[in-house]
Design a protein around this ligand. Structure first.
Ligand code: AP5
Ligand code: MG
Ligand code: ZN
Length: 228
């Protein structure tokens, strides 16, 4: 399987997908996974926010959709995603968080993957009530992106990142009305991907209601099992 191929041909990549509703814990798990496996963490939401911060065309196009809790149109997402995963650091693979979110995105990803790439999809099965509570208390570091929760994983000092002393902020799309819309959009457009990946035999369902360490332990154990 790991036989070296001719120069210029891609080698097998490990592509891991975190699937789940808004606030289900995709970012929390993806960051751990990325560090443990030395694969870049590719979050389309974080990428849009970074583009927006730099005032690029991707950020400006995405802003109105994000603020309203709607999905950014597939063409824009795909352009940005393709640009990111074409970078040299993604050659051995990457951890996707918040992508794909529509059937069209999943099919576009499929077309990009080589037949022997190792694709695994982890679904964080989490109730809407839990999601609402997680999003309401979320804080994120402006500098390093680390995630906190005022109740479930508070920083040592209020408003300050443990790791880098950066300022913690609340996302603009985390207000209660926008969260309801994000949930609606998730159930309508993204939840069908669970079936899509189950049919391919690459889906691992995880109980997202558990504490972050428990979720990660199950994810890690599932990843260690070689698929048939
Ligand atoms: P995005 O940034 O991806 O937002 P999201 O999908 O709504 O997910 P979140 O980032 O809100 O949550 P998460 O699952 O990462 O949870 P987290 O780990 O932070 O997308 C934002 C917007 O960008 C979209 O609405 C859309 O407009 C646009 N967009 C992005 N990608 C797109 C795409 N592919 N196509 C089209 N549009 C796109 O955890 C949440 C909180 O809970 C944190 O406080 C954390 O500390 C806490 N927590 C996490 N796990 C646990 C646990 N197990 N127990 C207790 N607390 C926990
Ligand atoms: Mg996230
Ligand atoms: Zn930080």
């Amino acid at each position: 399987r790991s036989r070296r191929r001719r120069l210029g041909e891609a080698v097998m990549a490990t592509v891991l997908i975190l699937l789940g509703g808004p606030g289900a814990g995709k970012g929390t798990q993806a960051m751990r996974l990325s560090e443990a496996r030395s694969l870049p963490h590719v979050s389309t939401g974080d990428l849009f926010r970074a583009h927006l911060g730099r005032g690029t065309r991707f950020g400006l196009k995405a802003k109105a959709y994000m603020d309203a809790g709607k999905l950014v149109p597939d063409e824009i997402v795909l352009d940005m995603l393709v640009e990111r995963v074409a970078a040299p650091d993604c050659r051995a693979g990457y951890v996707l968080d918040g992508f794909p979110r529509t059937l069209a995105q999943a099919q576009a990803l499929d077309r990009r993957l080589a037949a022997d790439d190792d694709l695994r999809v982890f679904n964080l099965d989490t109730s809407d009530e839990t999601i609402v509570a997680r999003i309401a208390g979320r804080r994120q570091c402006r500098d390093c992106g680390r995630l906190y929760h005022v109740e479930f994983s508070p920083p040592r000092a209020e408003g300050v990142c443990d790791d880098c002393r950066g300022e913690l902020f609340q996302r603009e799309d985390d207000g209660p009305e926008v969260v309801q819309e994000r949930l609606r959009v998730y159930h309508e457009q993204t939840a069908p991907l669970i079936r899509f990946y189950a049919d391919k035999g690459v889906l691992v369902n995880l109980d997202g209601e558990q504490a972050p360490d428990r979720v990660y332990a199950q994810l890690d154990a599932a990843l260690a099992r070689v698929p048939e």
